[in-house]
Design a binder for this molecule. Sequence first.
Ligand code: FMN
Length: 323
Amino acid sequence: MTDSAAPAVAVADRPATDLRTAIAGLDLPTPVMPASGCFGPELDQLIGPDELGATVTKTVFEQTRPGNPGERVADLYTGMLNSVGIPSPGLDGFVERVLPRYRAWHCPLIVSVGGVEDADYARLVEGLEPHHIDAYELNFSCPNVSHGMVGVDPVAVTGILTRVRRVTNRPILVKLTPAAASIADVARAAEQAGADAVTVCNSFPALAIDARSRTPLLGNGTGGYTGRGVKPLALRLVHEASTAVGIPVIGCGGIGSGLDAAEFLIAGASAVQVGTATFSNPDAIPRITRELQRFATTQGLERIHELVGTLRKPHGSTWEEWS
Ligand SMILES: Cc1cc2nc3c(=O)[nH]c(=O)nc-3n(C[C@H](O)[C@H](O)[C@H](O)COP(=O)(O)O)c2cc1C
């Protein structure tokens, strides 16, 4: 039976959902932003100044780095394997040549920060401080001389983050690795050491083999698996992290449509990042944003935040039984 006092409003007549998102002290025009390393300033030809929630740079290191030998990338049908090795122009090259071009977009600028040794992160952030960066994203999936990969070790995360917190008052995002035994433990360590948000997650350690030559497809052997195939894995990690911490989670992994983005918000993410989808479709982010808005509008949402963390429990079960 319909309520005659409240005539149904056609979807086309509903006010569009407000996509503005406040996260970690940043005001984002939309919750959809690029993932580090998958988006460069050259895309200013394709993506308008108001079409991103934020810009996120490729991970920068203090020193210049050449990256890994080829092959660096393999297309694996359900996703992509890469071992680019994070080539970097170093702090000076980044500030002089790269940073000014990211300012083409009228949205917060997040610089992704890497380190070969623990002390590198704080030194690099200190060097970036005079350049009006809106926020930092610490890439804890980098190979590190002392820990292998920082993000698998909550103690290492605490140590590095404590040092970085001493040199900046700006928002700090921490990008976690799916290689951690417990993403919840690492997310909690990041929150306690002063992170303002966690990004979940980076690429999944993986190996692709050419059977005929019996060699890895990538020149570096193993690599990071990303794209469509990782989405359910990343969704689980986002849900787990978002139930473990009070700070916002930024979801990332296999997002290629507005519905994918909606799933991440429902799982508990407050915003999302898009990586691999941009390689086959350079204007994926504006499209995903429009699709997300259309979905949220048809759901009758006034603000996109109303979707966040709304995953319902399977019938009759508790989260503990379910996970
Ligand atoms: C070619 C390539 C380069 C990447 N470079 C970086 C990087 O520099 N820093 C970083 O934190 N993540 C990097 N990533 C990981 C992405 O930011 C993202 O976490 C991952 O690709 C999962 O998202 P997706 O499935 O949407 O691609 C890279 C991914 C790819 C495919």
